[in-house]
Design a protein around this ligand. Structure first.
Ligand code: PMP
Length: 325
C-alpha cells in the first residue's frame, strides 16, 4: 500500500491500512476493524478533505496559487490545509478555538500558518465566535477564499471518492457496519453513502458527544442548546450542511469520560496512541458489538494521532482539572 516512492507529499495522503483490533474484539462475537487515519502526513483523516477541497476549488477556477485561504478548524483540517497550501503556494489563515490542544497550534505555527485564536467561551451568536469570526472575515475580504468544511459538500465527496472505496476494497466487501465520530459528518456520511451504494445492507452509525446538537436532532428532530465538552473534532453547536443524516441508520451518544477511558484502553490493549474521538469510536464499536451479539465485521476509524493530545487527554494534571481522573 505504502511501498511507493511518491514524488510529492500530497500523494502520501490516503490509502491507509485497516487493522483488526484483536484484543478489543477478543470477548465479542463481532470483529472490530480500524482504519488508521493517523498515518496520513498531517496525522489525521482530515488531510483527505484538505487535498480534495483545494484541488476541486482549483479545477473549478475558484482559487489559484498565491491566493489566501481561510478556514475554521479544530486543528486537523487546518494541519491538512497547511501541508497542501505549503506544497501548492497558498497563504493560509486558520481560525481556531483557544481551547484547542497546544500541540496542534504549535504544529500550525511550525508550518507557518497565520493562526487566529478565538475565545471558546463566546456564545455561537457572538460576532467574534469561532464560526462568525471566519464568516465575517470572509465577507469583508472577498479576495480571501473561505473553504467552509462545515457546509462544503466536497468534504463529504472526498470520503465518497477515497475512504469509502478503500474500505470496501480492503474488507473485500465483507463489512456489516461502519461506525464513527460525527464532526462535520463528512467522514461518516461520505463513506457511508459509498458503502450503502455497494451494499444497501451495510449499516452506518454516527457518534456524537454529549453537549453537541446532532444526537437529539437525529433522534427527535429537536434542537438543543449546546454545552461544552472536551473531546476535540466531534459534534457541533448547530446544524450544518455536511451533516447528512440521511446516510445514518443510528447515532450513539458518548461522554468525555468514556471517550478518554477507551482512548487509553486502545493504547494499552492494541498499541495505538490515538486522539479522544478514536476512543469514542472504539467505545461505540464495542457497544454495538455487544448489542448485536452475533458475528459481524464492524469498521471504525482512528481519526487522528494521540501525539496531538499529550498536554490534554494524556496529561493527569489536565484530567484532574476537568474532574476526569
Ligand atoms: N475526530 C477528529 C479528531 C477530528 O478532527 C474530526 C474532524 N472534525 C472528526 C473526528 C470528525 O470527522 P468529520 O468532520 O469528517 O465528521
Amino acid at each position: 500500500m505504502r511501498n511507493f516512492c511518491y514524488q510529492n507529499i500530497l500523494d502520501a495522503i490516503g490509502r491507509t491500512p485497516i487493522v483488526k483490533l484483536n484484543n478489543i474484539s477478543k470477548d465479542l462475537k463481532a470483529d472490530i476493524y480500524a482504519k488508521l487515519e493517523f498515518m496520513n502526513p498531517g496525522g489525521s483523516i482530515k488531510d483527505r478533505i484538505a487535498k480534495y477541497m483545494i484541488e476541486k476549488a482549483e479545477r473549478e477556477g475558484k482559487i489559484k496559487p498565491g491566493d489566501t485561504i481561510i478556514e475554521n478548524s479544530s486543528g486537523n483540517t487546518a494541519l491538512g490545509l497547511a501541508i497542501v497550501c505549503r506544497q501548492k503556494g497558498y497563504n493560509l489563515k486558520i481560525v481556531i478555538r483557544n481551547t484547542t490542544s497546544k500541540e496542534k497550534i504549535k504544529m500550525l505555527e511550525i508550518l507557518g500558518v497565520d493562526v487566529i485564536k478565538v475565545d471558546a467561551n463566546l456564545p455561537p451568536e457572538d460576532p467574534n465566535s469561532y464560526n462568525n469570526y471566519t464568516l465575517n472575515y470572509a465577507k469583508s475580504n472577498p479576495s480571501v477564499y473561505y473553504i467552509d468544511q462545515h457546509n462544503n459538500l466536497d468534504n463529504n465527496e472526498a470520503h465518497y471518492m477515497t475512504t469509502g472505496p478503500e474500505i470496501w476494497e480492503q474488507m473485500n466487501g465483507k463489512i456489516d457496519y461502519l461506525i464513527g465520530a460525527f464532526g462535520t459528518g463528512g467522514t461518516i456520511s461520505g463513506t457511508g453513502r459509498f458503502l450503502k451504494e455497494k451494499n444497501p445492507e451495510v449499516k452506518v452509525i454516527g457518534v456524537d458527544p454529549v453537549g453537541s446538537v446532532f444526537y437529539e436532532y437525529f433522534k427527535n428532530k429537536k434542537l438543543i442548546k449546546p454545552s461544552r465538552y472536551l473531546i476535540e473534532g466531534m459534534g457541533d453547536e448547530f446544524l450544518i450542511k455536511t451533516a447528512q443524516f440521511e446516510y445514518l441508520d443510528d447515532m450513539y451518544q458518548v461522554d468525555d469520560r468514556k471517550a478518554i477511558g477507551w482512548t487509553k484502553k486502545l493504547a494499552y490493549e492494541e498499541g495505538i496512541i490515538a486522539g479522544g474521538s478514536s476512543g469514542a469510536n472504539i467505545w461505540a464499536a464495542v457497544k454495538l458489538a455487544k448489542e448485536i451479539d452475533k458475528p459481524a465485521n464492524i469498521v471504525t476509524v482512528i481519526c487522528d494521532s494521540g501525539y496531538k493530545y499529550f498536554s490534554t487527554i494524556y496529561n493527569d494534571d489536565w484530567l484532574a482539572e476537568h474532574n476526569l481522573i
